[in-house]
Design a protein around this ligand. Structure first.
Ligand code: MCF
Ligand code: FE
Length: 393
């Protein structure tokens, strides 16, 4: 059945005038169009009318990097090397039932904060069944790592089993990071991505320790990693990613972003970076290279909340090199528009034929120049979420 939703305004980032006031959205399972309410009424006489004229309609938010499996981990914050040691120690001691309950609770928190699209790293498969039954739309990045040939051999078996466990999931790959792999792990992951035409996600230059380690220097990270008998990769880490649909998370210690290709996506997790003792991403350099920015919460393993509005607020506080309203536009658009094609078969959010996935937000009564900053600063929960044209919140 066709529905006409009357709104206060629609945030349509395909337009320079992104704030489309007093518009209606016409949709069924998919978006039909955005137009004036009266025009919609006369064109679709039998449509169901939904009055949301007090609210602002926005595409759903996309959190492109999370680790729900680590949501019970109690870890050391403030120093990346100590944090890594604490997460590896903590891995064994997680109760399965408690973990499943908490993953479900955290998905609810994500959705209540507007997240309809989730890029989820799966390290050991504890999130798979839950996400295969969840209403949230997810891309699963199955993780592979292995610091030497022997470890890789064992890890491949588990990776391939996890990868094909749920065929209804949107299964892709994550190569963990440059410091947790050897040449064979790197080749295996990149070939697997190429062969199966997959998205590939990886953590890259997150900490100063990592950068030094890759330069062959010794520090607290290299001292800790030594116990895994690692063989450093001999290739330039980025060289194999040129033709891949790759997502690089963190990149805090990249200065020159021309090392990436224009189809690459860079995800930043502002709170995680602050909590693990890293500097913030050089956002001006990233934007100067016209790269696609995306935003992630990371897991509760390096955060205190998976509420996406908490993350957007933290973004504003950690990037005071930008004027407030300018930054609000960049990050809100990054969160709800720039990467959503990954979940929409390549279509843009709210465009004709795209799935009718959107949220309704309180209107705080500010004009166009200020509306996004106010939404980011004042929103804790959304009013409604529609996925595939159905109200689910
Ligand atoms: O993004 C953060 C920090 N950087 C790297 N890894 C993780 C993050 N949050 C969770 N992780 C996981 C990662 O997926 O920690 C483990 C991996 O499984 C560390 S290496 C065994
Ligand atoms: Fe991560």
């Amino acid at each position: 059945m066709i529905k006409i939703m009357k709104t206060k305004a629609i945030l349509d980032f395909s337009q320079d005038e992104f704030l489309q006031t007093n518009k209606a959205l016409v949709f069924d399972e998919e978006i039909i169009k955005i137009c004036d309410f009266n025009k919609a009424l006369s064109e679709y006489k039998n449509a169901q009318i939904i009055d949301k004229s007090e609210y602002i309609l926005s595409p759903v938010l996309c959190n492109l990097h999370s680790h729900l499996e680590f949501c019970l981990s109690k870890l050391y914050y403030g120093d990346f090397a100590k944090w890594l040691e604490s997460i590896i120690k903590n891995r064994e001691a997680i109760n399965k039932d408690l973990l499943s309950k908490e993953i479900n609770r955290q998905i609810e928190i994500l959705m209540q904060s507007g997240v309809g699209y989730l890029g989820e790293i799966s390290s050991f498969g504890a999130n798979l069944e839950i996400l295969s039954n969840s209403k949230i739309k997810s891309i699963i990045f199955h993780e592979i790592l292995g610091a030497n040939d022997e470890t890789l051999k064992n890890n491949i078996k588990s990776f391939e089993e996890r990868f094909s466990r749920f065929s209804n999931l949107n299964n892709h790959i994550s190569l963990h990071s440059p410091y947790s792999i050897c040449d064979k792990t790197y080749e295996y992951a990149l070939n697997f991505a190429k062969k199966n035409d997959l998205l590939i996600s990886t953590h890259f230059l997150e900490s100063a320790y990592e950068k030094e380690y890759l330069q062959g220097k010794s520090n607290a990270l290299s001292n800790y990693l030594a116990r895994f008998n690692p063989s450093l990769i001999t290739k330039d880490f980025l060289s194999g990613f040129d033709d891949l649909r790759a997502i690089f998370t963190h990149c805090n210690y990249v200065d020159d972003f021309s090392i990436f290709k224009s189809h690459h996506i860079i995800t930043t997790c502002p709170k995680s970076n602050r909590f693990l003792g890293s500097r913030a991403i050089r956002l001006k350099n990233l934007l100067a290279n016209d790269l696609n920015l995306s935003i992630g919460t990371d897991g509760l393993s390096s955060n205190n909340s998976l509420n996406m509005f908490d993350e957007l607020r933290a973004f504003i506080f950690t990037h005071n090199e930008f004027e407030l309203n300018e930054l609000a536009y960049i990050i809100y658009k990054a969160a709800c528009f720039d990467n959503s094609h990954l979940f929409l078969n390549g279509l843009k959010p709210l465009s004709n034929g795209a799935k009718a996935d959107f949220i309704l937000l309180d209107d705080f009564g500010y004009d166009k120049d200020n509306v996004l900053a106010q939404i980011i600063l004042r929103t804790n929960k959304i009013k409604n979420m529609y996925l595939d044209g159905k109200e689910i919140i």
